[in-house]
Design a binder for this molecule. Structure first.
Ligand code: CA
Length: 360
């Protein structure tokens, strides 16, 4: 008894003296303003920014607070890069490829057609050259960039007509943005970009014949399965990774322990989004099939895939020829993929091909 109470007293004394000796460190709080690309209460993507903020606050015992403004507040869903660079916001939650018009090399840190799947890409980011190369692209802008959550493999899109040949693609009107849109254009697809809110009507009225969005996790609420029957598997976004952006000055003003808390919160939230996307996609695909049994999952015929791959290679070669850093990133990704895919093929792919039971 005596021994225990002595320890208790010593412990209490120790805590008291620690608090007394470092009051400034214990009490100073930091509030960071974060802008997200997404609208208010956007499922999964918006949950990721909020869960990151909540984790950081909890892990820091309230010393690090992060407020989140959605696009209805800041009115610039694709202006996150500029706002964080200018210091108007301290942080952002967005996707790197939205800024390819401004910095072409930003495109490579979200996903690349025919590139790595999420497990491979996370390995490249955290254990390969991914983080260093991403920093090479963002550092000249006074920004730090971190992986911000993965959607998992995205679907190739909803089509009203079945695609059996390259000929079937020629002249069809499709909403598919970014680099994938450029690739599709090479194949004779008439590519348009329509705001998300107008997509359902555009598909219903035949303004477009096809569109790609994400996957069941986010497609179900959009209702595309009520109109288009064919749901094609993907080639264009095998592992779309979102992004947390931070102003470098804001980052360097944080004490080291809060930097580490923020780093861990971002990494945890990012990986958690991948798990959540997988979970919700599984649930939603079952629901789509249940409610609309005519919806069928398809894969593009080999001649279409070959043409898409050739067009992708051509555009990547053009990008590499224009800029040494683009070449360095493209080479790093290609070499990493070449090596890691050998492992994926004899592990996950072999397992799924031989053991998995597929139900129609
Ligand atoms: Ca997409």
């Amino acid at each position: 008894m005596i021994l225990r109470s002595t320890f208790k007293t010593l412990g209490a004394l120790l805590v008291t003296s620690l608090i007394a000796s470092a009051p400034a460190l214990a009490e100073k709080t930091y509030t960071l303003k974060m802008a997200e690309t997404w609208g208010p209460n956007y499922p999964i993507l918006g949950e990721t920014s909020r869960s990151m903020a909540a984790m950081a606050e909890k892990m820091s015992a309230g010393r690090l607070k992060i407020t989140v403004d959605s696009s209805n507040k800041h009115k610039a869903p694709f202006g996150i890069f500029d706002m964080v660079k200018a210091g108007q916001y301290d942080m952002g939650h967005t996707a790197s490829y939205y800024y390819k018009g401004k910095i072409p090399n930003a495109m490579f840190f979200t996903t690349v057609p025919f590139g790595m799947i999420a497990s491979e890409q996370y390995a490249w980011f955290y254990y390969g050259d991914g983080m260093d190369l991403m920093q090479k692209v963002y550092q000249p802008h006074g920004l730090l960039s971190f992986p911000g959550g993965n959607t998992g493999n995205q679907m190739g899109g909803w089509f009203r007509k079945e695609i059996n040949s390259l000929e079937d693609l020629k002249g069809i009107k499709m909403r598919t943005p970014g680099f994938a849109g450029e690739v599709m254009s090479e194949l004779g697809v008439s590519v348009t970009n329509i705001p998300p809110g107008e997509l359902y009507t555009a598909l219903e009225r035949g303004t477009i014949d096809a569109l790609e969005w994400v996957g069941p996790a986010l497609d179900l609420a959009m209702g595309f399965h009520q109109i288009a029957k064919y749901y094609y598997s993907g080639w264009q976004e095998p592992a779309a990774e979102l992004q947390f952006l931070i102003n470098e000055k804001v980052w360097s003003d944080l004490p080291e322990d809060l930097q580490e808390i923020l780093r861990v919160a971002m990494r945890t939230a990012a990986y958690d989004m991948y798990a959540q996307s997988m979970h919700v996609s599984g649930q939603n695909w079952s629901k789509m099939k249940e409610d609309y049994p005519n919806v069928s999952a398809k894969t593009f015929p080999p001649e279409v895939i070959d043409a898409l791959r050739d067009a992708t290679d051509k555009l990547l070669a053009e990008a590499a020829a224009k800029d040494p850093l683009a070449k360095e990133i493209i080479t790093s990704q290609a070499e990493y993929l070449k090596s890691i895919r050998k492992w994926t093929n004899i592990s996950d792919k072999a397992y799924l091909d031989t053991v998995s039971v597929i139900e129609e």
